[in-house]
Design a protein around this ligand. Structure first.
Ligand SMILES: NC(=O)c1ccc[n+]([C@@H]2O[C@H](COP(=O)([O-])OP(=O)(O)OC[C@H]3O[C@@H](n4cnc5c(N)ncnc54)[C@H](OP(=O)(O)O)[C@@H]3O)[C@@H](O)[C@H]2O)c1
Length: 287
């Protein structure tokens, strides 16, 4: 199964592309195995984090699989990880990234494809501290240790800081919780205007909405599962969903969404369910 790619316009290297779906590994019980199975199925993007405590296992799954699949180039597989937040300032961020690089290296990877700031939380003065963190991250890009920089859970006011300060690198994506029950249209609009890809986390809403009538009726219409309808909603909304599954059959069906499309009216009808539902947290409102 070949997963299509899309342009990553804010990447330091022109012409960079990224898969339109990835695999999340938060709370995976079998990270290395799940990554290997997903690679066998065609997945080429993996989302881990310091917080998930499985960075080395994720990197190991990728590096070992690449050894036995020399036809696939290292640069075609995305190892994406996160530092916890923007609290570290310049020096703290340097050491957090060194730790992330060490964990990747133990797993067999000598650079990080995407380094994401997990949340905008930081110490006052907030904007200034976030910019120091970004400067530290940018130096790793200049040294070739990080390929692209991204953010997660950033609200519009946090995103604007990059343009106000005219930073050398801009975030390539913003990973957020955006579902028909929590759309966050303001973030979509800003990201679309500034070439930031919106990466969609928890795209299956952890199974909590599979029984919704709107989802069920589309599943029936397209002869697809509720999970496939929700993933397709993410893609048709312009996002890059990263569903998590440790089960190869589910990984396969979650990525088997390229033989149908929701109509614009169906995308809008589903998002009429918006009720600001958060699964865990809402750092987009951080100062
Ligand atoms: N930046 C952030 O703050 C943040 C926050 C949360 C998540 N994330 C990222 O987003 C990724 C995905 O989000 P998530 O893990 O919270 O939730 P999710 O992808 O919405 O749902 C995962 C859950 O759904 C199950 N599942 C997967 N495919 C299924 C299918 N086809 N049918 C029925 N159940 C299915 C999985 O179980 P099985 O494994 O047993 O299949 C798992 O329990 C995470 O792994 C992480 O990488 C980021």
């Amino acid at each position: 199964m070949a997963i299509p790619t899309r342009a990553l316009k804010n990447a330091p290297k022109a012409g960079t592309v990224i898969p339109v779906i990835g695999l999340g590994v938060y709370s995976s019980n079998s990270t290395t195995k799940s990554v290997t199975e997903a690679l066998n199925l065609g997945y080429r993007l993996f989302d881990t984090a310091n917080e998930y405590q499985n960075e080395t296992d994720t990197a190991k799954g990728i590096s070992e699989w690449l050894k036995s699949n020399p036809n696939v180039k290292r640069e075609d597989v995305w190892y994406c990880t996160k530092i916890d937040d923007a609290r570290g300032g310049y020096e703290g961020t340097k050491s957090r990234v060194e730790e992330a690089l060490t964990k990747a290296k133990v797993g067999g990877l000598d650079y990080i494809d995407m380094l994401i700031i997990h949340a905008p939380y930081t110490a006052p003065p907030h904007t200034e501290t976030r910019m120091k963190v970004w400067k530290a991250l940018s130096e790793f890009v200049d040294d070739g240790k990080i390929r692209t920089l991204a953010v997660s859970n950033y609200g519009v006011k946090h995103l604007k800081e990059f343009w106000d300060a005219d930073t050398k690198y801009k975030p390539v994506l913003n990973q957020i919780e955006s579902s028909p029950w929590n759309v966050h249209q303001d973030i979509h609009d800003y990201c679309n205007e500034h070439d930031i890809v919106v990466e969609q986390y928890s795209p299956l809403i952890r199974g909590k909405k599979f029984d919704e009538p709107g989802v069920q009726s589309l599943a029936k219409k397209y002869n697809k599962t509720p999970a496939q309808i929700l993933i397709r909603w993410g893609i048709d909304k312009g996002m890059l969903p990263i569903p998590k599954s440790d089960q190869p059959q589910r990984q396969k069906s979650n990525a088997d969404v390229f033989d149908f499309k929701l109509t614009p009216d169906e995308v809008t009808a589903l998002q009429d369910l918006d009720s600001y539902l958060y699964l865990e947290w809402d750092p987009t409102v951080a100062p």
